[in-house]
Design a binder for this molecule. Structure first.
Ligand code: SAM
Length: 371
């Protein structure tokens, strides 16, 4: 921790999306955010930790770095860990879990490293260490440099707290939000997702437009820390005042169950009044009345051999419908293979690097306004 009380805060995200997350951190007014491998680093205080958890749509978790030191032996790790002022941060009545990772270091056994830190916390503070605990202490030993962080989020941040129903292959909310940002989406234009599944893109877009912060209804691990100030947190949360959007958000899917799920999720998120979900196949799709905006879509990818032909024709049909009926709209398409994107015949611009998602690697393909 620095003299002014600030420390390093790390917002984690999927590899490949760090610079987009950094843009989001800048837009949210965080001080000097820096994109690094796996996330974005900022300097701040506990208030910034709470705010990052509350407002950052693209982060998967927020870590507070509490110490960093060089270490090459397990006994030194335990000694050093005992010197961390744990009682400033952890509460004696709140159990914690400890995770460690080791990379290119003399200490190579992550389980043994975690155990040493557990000993230090248990014996110095009398805290219960339990795998199920919501509050997590993380040690990362990389090239003999040990960084100790507190996971301030608890449950991953893509869990917004309002989504109960999920379809078969849902897009994670934080990835959906970053793909929307990469498409230049700022909340001022309508959004259509014609293969909406559980409604992730439509709901994220509507929330952005309505100024609804992603963490407004959920709880966080930081609420269980000694550094938590409930009154200041309530004030911060109450300062985010939503405004009704000027445009509408549309989802459709051929599957009736997916449409029902999307409606229920939109209802729980408090944006049902601005969204519309219909059961429709791609060939029945029409552009909504009003100004053009963004079509964002992640069609089925199909992992099985033999799916290929069927998928190619689905992507072709999608491309034909969008070309015929969506003049002036931009398209963002997320899929696993350039050949599937190519099958749409849409005029995609050069694409960025693939992003890991659910054991696959997905890429965002984007067009300018269709002519
Ligand atoms: C990968 S999922 C989309 C997941 C969604 N983005 C979410 O986050 O839940 C693909 C969706 O496309 C729908 N779909 C497949 N073929 C379709 C078609 N011809 N017309 C409309 N929807 C279709 C499926 O029912 C499925 O919900």
């Amino acid at each position: 921790m620095k003299r002014d009380g600030s420390f390093e805060i790390f917002m984690a995200t999927a590899p490949g999306l760090e610079t987009t997350l950094c843009d989001e951190a800048k837009a949210n007014g965080f001080r000097a955010p820096k994109a690094v491998d796996g996330g974005v680093r900022i300097e701040g205080r506990w208030h910034d930790v709470w705010r990052a958890n509350l407002v950052m749509r693209g982060a998967s978790r927020v870590l507070a770095r509490i110490d960093a030191f060089r270490v090459t032996h397990l006994t030194d790790l335990e000694k050093r860990a005992r010197r961390i002022p744990w009682s400033d941060i952890l509460r004696r009545d709140v159990p914690v879990h400890v995770e460690a990772t080791c990379k290119s270091s003399r200490i190579y056994h992550s389980g043994a490293a975690a155990q040493r830190i557990e000993n230090a916390i248990r014996e110095e503070l009398g805290i219960t260490v339990s795998e199920e605990a919501e509050v997590g202490v993380r040690a990362r030993i990389d090239k003999d440099l040990c960084t100790i962080s507190i996971d301030t989020s608890g449950e991953l941040l893509h869990k917004r707290g309002s989504k109960e129903a999920v379809s078969k292959a849902p897009m994670r909310e934080n990835l959906a939000a970053l793909f929307l940002r990469q498409c230049g989406y700022d909340g001022s234009e309508p959004v259509v997702d014609p293969m909406c599944g559980s409604g992730t893109f439509v709901i994220e877009a509507a929330e952005i437009a309505a100024g609804l912060v992603p963490g407004r209804t959920r709880s966080f691990a930081f609420e269980q820390l000694a550094t938590f100030d409930g009154e200041a947190w309530q004030k911060l949360r109450a300062s985010k005042i939503p405004t009704p959007p000027s445009v509408r958000f549309y989802g459709s899917d051929r599957d009736a169950g997916a449409v029902a799920m999307s409606r229920a999720n939109a209802e729980r998120a408090g944006i049902a009044a601005f969204t519309q979900f219909e059961q429709r196949t791609i060939s029945e799709l029409m552009a909504p009345e009003g100004p053009p905006g963004l079509v964002i879509i992640n069609p089925p990818y199909g992992a099985r051999i033999g799916d290929r032909k069927r998928l190619q024709s689905l992507y072709r049909a999608l491309g034909q419908t969008l070309s015929a009926k969506f003049a002036g709209w931009r398209v963002g398409l997320i899929t696993t293979e350039a050949s599937l994107a190519g099958a749409t015949g849409l005029p995609f611009k050069p694409h960025g690097a693939p992003v890991p998602h659910g054991g696959l690697r997905v890429t965002l393909f984007q067009t300018g306004p269709l002519s």
